[in-house]
Design a protein around this ligand. Structure first.
Ligand code: ADE
Length: 256
């Protein structure tokens, strides 16, 4: 997979590609990252990339032409078509399903804004999709792009050493993850739950599932409605709610 980053700070790239799972994916040739700096395509001695907003107000807006030229250079560097994604707080909220979808693409272009944002005409003409990593405002899209690259990189076939581990991630089945433990078994902070030492795989799977359901109900009840649940899951959730004496989310106490 190839990902092009359109950014005023392409040195961010080296940071993303240099470490951990994404670094390994890059090393193994599963992922290649390329930076295109709009400033390299800006005109004049000052290589200006931003200007004041029409209508007044604080901050600066990224100008059309340097961005457009950087996007064109990225597209010319590899003729395969790729979706252009603009990272911005106005975008649709990123989730694991979207990351899965993006990880199946052979090529993506990520546009990182700075300042107050990007001239809307460029967004309308060039951007295929606008994504936000959460309801807060970063000083630029680079960190958001790093989040996207990291989350995609670890899903690429062969990036993780243990092939099963991505399938067991939080959110893959719409639930939060269960708790994890490693050695030592006994510690002043507590002991590892007996069931995990039992060697009974069916019991362990059941315990983990129940833990994941309990956590999701307690911390992210909004996810319960869209998770894939079977009858045993529903019975366990009902039990948890009966115990707590209250329902999730809308307060109706009903589980789909
Ligand atoms: N740029 C600034 N804030 C952002 C956010 N929350 N998500 C994606 N890109 C951003």
């Amino acid at each position: 997979m190839r990902i092009d980053l359109i950014s005023l700070f392409p040195e961010f790239l080296a940071q993303i590609a240099g470490h951990g799972v994404v670094g390994r994916a890059a090393e193994r040739g599963l992922l290649s990252l390329h930076g295109f700096n709009p400033r390299d395509f800006a005109e004049g001695n000052y290589r200006r990339v931003d200007d004041r907003p029409f209508g007044g107000g604080p901050g600066m807006v990224m100008m059309i032409d340097p961005l457009r030229a950087a996007i064109r250079a990225a597209r010319e560097a590899d003729p395969r078509p790729g979706r252009l994604i603009y990272l911005s707080p106005q975008g649709r909220r990123l989730d694991q399903a979207k990351i899965r979808e993006l990880s199946a693409q052979p090529r993506l272009l990520l546009l990182c804004g700075r300042y107050e944002g990007v001239d809307e005409r460029l967004v309308a003409a060039e951007v295929d999709e606008e994504l936000s990593i959460g309801d807060y405002v970063l000083s630029g899209g680079e960190l958001a792009a790093a989040v996207v690259v990291d989350a995609i990189g670890r899903l690429l076939e062969g990036a993780l050493n243990d092939a099963g581990s991505a399938a067991q991630d939080s959110f893959e089945d719409g639930l939060l993850d269960w708790p994890h433990y490693t050695r030592p078994v006994e510690h002043v902070l507590g002991n590892v739950p007996d069931v995990l030492l039992s060697g009974n795989h069916a019991e362990i799977a059941r315990w983990r599932r129940r833990q994941a359901l309990a956590r999701t109900l307690a911390r992210r009840p909004d996810l319960i409605g869209t998770a894939s649940l079977d009858d045993a899951d529903r019975r366990w959730l009902q039990h948890l709610q009966d115990e707590a004496g209250q329902g999730p989310g809308d307060g109706s106490g009903k589980i789909r």
